[in-house]
Design a protein around this ligand. Structure first.
Ligand SMILES: [Zn+2]
Length: 535
């Protein structure tokens, strides 16, 4: 879908000459009269191509919304970016909104090296410093920065002792491309200290975004034709349908607050990140885009000079289906040694399973096993695992790391939430709101009646200690960071006090399997009781 953002830009910066079209000099002998201005086409002055939250997604994958089609993957993203740049025939810059490296075995195994290689091949001009950039320490991040052909930017990171910025955190950079100068101001996630292992960011202060932008904006504006804020801060937006013209969707989140904290229209574009959401809106006269995550979207933002009206910004999010381009052979070659390196890991035997664990019916042993693993490792009262996060069956006999990786491929971080009884009750109501229960639980049993209306289906909850839920009490709940962020409709969990357990869901499962007596048997106790099921 192409959303047209009718936004005047001419007043915000000096008129910039459009790049001259390629001309055939052999025919330049006769100077043709200039066509009347009214018939001149719109000219795109600048195209910004942006990705965010790549999370080491070097290989293409299918998504719940992609109808089985593969999306992204480094070898497809490069030709996608190249062709989007070519198609414009204009000046382009390529930006990344941060969280580049953490997230897949292929990237994590080499601490992000192949992800940086991919970003270099993409021709990225600048990147925000995402919270997950700190996952392997500042030293590792600095080593990766040294290997990057682009700048990592954050205007809001300072040293807690000196209040000066660390030398590796550049606030902004100026990209000169032909006659155009584009200033890019970076922002790191303000909540980085609570979104990554705290010891990795000790001594660093992550300041408020709008104030940080305001500090460097006068210099950036004076130096450049366009000013772009590249922020690892996000938002969630309402879906707008059925209206023509499509209005800018209402969004809420940190990046919206940051946009409101700036002078209206004082920057030309905000590229956002972190929430893995689709954002394409305008707040306070500033366009904001975010293109999902893991290479499943490319934000395409055109600054267009329109005859007679000045200018406008046209933004849309492209879905880079892998089968629509010829994969980049050189980048595929670059990644191959990394793929070989993990083959030994993926074939490693991790456990023995007594029987095949299949995902059949409303509740199954594999789901209970994963929920038990998360509750035990997180030392929580309760665990909730959404069924959408359980991606494959587990074979009988030898279970390899690769088998388990296929079951839990998302590398979601395990989070311990602090939820009051009533919030936990809401989460359970949400789990049984569909045609069938959509979650596995540990630490409690739940009875529900699917004939009741949504939100009033849970008839009884019993915790492992035999007691019911106490609305006034606070329980610890183990969930993935995906659910903690309100994913899969668990909006009641969003914003709850949370502690990062320090490992991803897959590692929690492996850690738990290691302490079980072999061969592994999935728990057989029914926990989600459906009224009228006759069980
Ligand atoms: Zn992030």
């Amino acid at each position: 879908m192409r959303v047209l953002l009718a936004l005047l830009i001419a007043a915000q910066h000096p008129v910039v000459p459009a790049p001259s079209p390629a001309s055939d000099t052999a025919h330049d002998v006769v100077v043709a009269p200039a066509p009347p201005p009214v018939s001149e086409p719109d000219s795109t002055v600048l195209r910004v191509l942006a990705i965010n939250d790549f999370h080491g997604a070097l290989e293409a994958r299918a998504w719940p919304w992609s109808n089985g089609k593969l999306v992204g993957g480094a070898a497809a993203l490069k030709p996608w970016l190249d062709s989007l740049a070519r198609a414009c025939g204009c000046t382009t810059v390529r930006l990344d909104g941060g969280d580049e490296m953490q997230g897949t075995l292929l990237s994590n195994f080499s601490f992000g090296l192949p992800a940086i290689a991919a970003m270099n091949a993409f021709g990225i001009d600048g990147a925000a410093i995402g919270n997950h950039e700190f996952d392997w320490s500042v030293d590792t991040l600095r080593a990766r920065m040294a290997g990057a052909k682009y700048r990592f930017l954050a205007a809001n990171i300072t040293d807690s002792s000196s209040a000066a910025r660390p030398e590796w955190a550049e606030p902004w950079t100026l990209i000169q491309r032909g006659r155009l100068k584009v200033a890019v101001i970076g922002l790191a996630l303000r909540a980085t200290p609570t979104n990554t292992a705290s010891w990795n960011v000790r001594g660093l202060v992550f300041g408020e975004g709008a104030a940080a932008v305001r500090r460097v904006l006068p210099r950036a504006r004076a130096a450049a034709d366009f000013v772009i804020v590249l922020a690892h801060e996000g938002a969630f937006c309402d879906v707008v349908t059925g209206q023509d013209p499509v209005p800018a969707p209402a969004c809420h989140g940190e990046i919206v607050d940051i946009a409101r904290g700036l002078d209206s229209g004082s920057v030309d574009l905000i590229v956002s990140g972190h929430t893995h959401s689709l954002v394409n809106t305008v707040v306070n006269g500033i366009p904001i885009v975010q293109a999902r995550s893991s290479g499943a979207g490319i934000a395409v933002v055109d600054f267009v000079r329109v005859r007679g009206t000045g200018g406008e910004v046209r933004a849309h999010i492209e879905t880079p289906y892998a089968d629509q381009v010829q994969p980049d052979a050189a980048l595929a070659d670059t990644l191959r040694p990394y793929q070989r390196a993990i083959e030994a890991v993926t074939s490693r035997s991790v456990a023995h399973s007594k029987i095949e664990l299949r995902r059949v019916g409303e509740e199954y042993g594999l789901g209970r096993l994963i929920a038990d693993a998360q509750r035990n490792v997180a030392k929580a009262d309760v665990a909730i695992v959404n069924n959408g996060g359980i991606r494959a069956d587990l074979p009988a006999g030898t279970v390899t790391y690769g088998d388990l990786y296929a079951v839990q491929p998302f590398q979601n971080r395990l989070v311990r939430l602090f939820a009051r009884g009533e919030v936990l009750q809401q989460a359970l109501e949400h789990a049984v709101a569909g045609d069938r229960a959509d979650a596995h639980v540990s630490g409690l049993e739940v009875w529900y009646d699917p004939r009741e209306r949504v939100g009033h289906r849970v008839t009884k909850v019993r915790l492992t200690n035999g007691q019911g839920l106490d609305n006034g009490r606070t329980y610890t709940v183990a969930v993935s960071d995906f659910l903690a962020a309100g994913g899969s409709g668990y909006t009641m969990l969003r914003g709850l006090p949370a502690a990062d357990v320090g490992l991803v869901d897959l590692d929690a499962l492996i850690q738990y399997l290691a302490v079980l007596r072999p061969p592994v048997e999935a728990p057989g106790d029914e926990r989600v009781h459906r009224a009228g099921a006759g069980r």
